[in-house]
Design a protein around this ligand. Sequence first.
Ligand code: COA
Ligand code: MG
Length: 292
Amino acid sequence: MSAPPRYRSVLYVPASNARAMEKAAGLAADALILDLEDAVAPEAKALAREQAAAVLSSGVFGDKRVIVRVNGFGAGGEEEWLANDLALLAPLAPAGFLFPKISTAEEAIRAQSALTTHFVEDDVALWLMIETPLAIMNLPAIAATKGEDAPALTGFVVGTNDLAKEMRITPTPSRTAMLTALSMSVMAARAHDLVVIDGVFGGISDPAGFEGEALQGKGLGFDGKSLIHPSQIEPANRIFSPSEAELAEARAIIAAFHLPQNAGKGVLSVNGKMAERLHYEIALKVVALAGG
Ligand code: COA
Ligand code: MG
């Protein structure tokens, strides 16, 4: 089984910050989100767009997976921002485009159409921010817009800061008020085989807080975490990789099912635990995730 792309660490990089983009090229994040939206002030939109174009065409990112977060479908200036973002950056063929504040299936289809206009044959990934209460209520329909044709809906990035703002909650370390939305996002994504990335942790100088939240995200089923600072990359890569113990267990299950005397068997006992065929399939995924 070839290793699937990993999204353990997905770093936001404001495109208005040329230094940060340059630095990001050398960082160990699995993917980058060049941000033209929330991290960029209205008066810096044009500069950010130009800088993103310059860095994408420079080749400095090599084969790093770079996703561009465009401005959203909004009133007034924002529509123009989005049109300009796509016109300038689509020809540079980043790995994907991330559309913010998608709340309905209609908006998801609109995002896909916006890409179709620019990409006729190229395979570009469509990513959606899930960050409004309405999006949470519409998750099954939004996820179901995934079709067979490119540009293919590839994944969700949960925007927990916008969601907290609109839910009118004050975030807490346990994220209790957010858990339903987080789980529903994972569930909808899994129902359609989409990637799903957890929201950011804002405490740059709180590594223990970051690790706690990342572990919670892994436990909830996320593929990885969106990040705001280079210091969060190493813990995210570690936490969202299979642990040594998980890997050893997976290898033992695979080995047991491959034994000639177990051919044709549906259930085995491996190291004192029941292992069914479904556990064998999980084990194959764990080993692939660990990079072989
Ligand atoms: N991507 C790439 N590099 C980054 C970075 C990021 N997101 N955040 C910080 N860095 C770099 C800095 O440029 C600096 O590099 P240098 O010292 O080699 O020049 C180094 O990491 C240390 O940065 P630090 O001084 O600790 O942080 P800061 O005060 O410069 O920046 C933030 C703090 C929060 C403004 C910055 O991390 C940031 O902009 N994060 C992303 C925010 C964002 O995109 N939000 C939208 C989605 S929620
Ligand atoms: Mg947002």
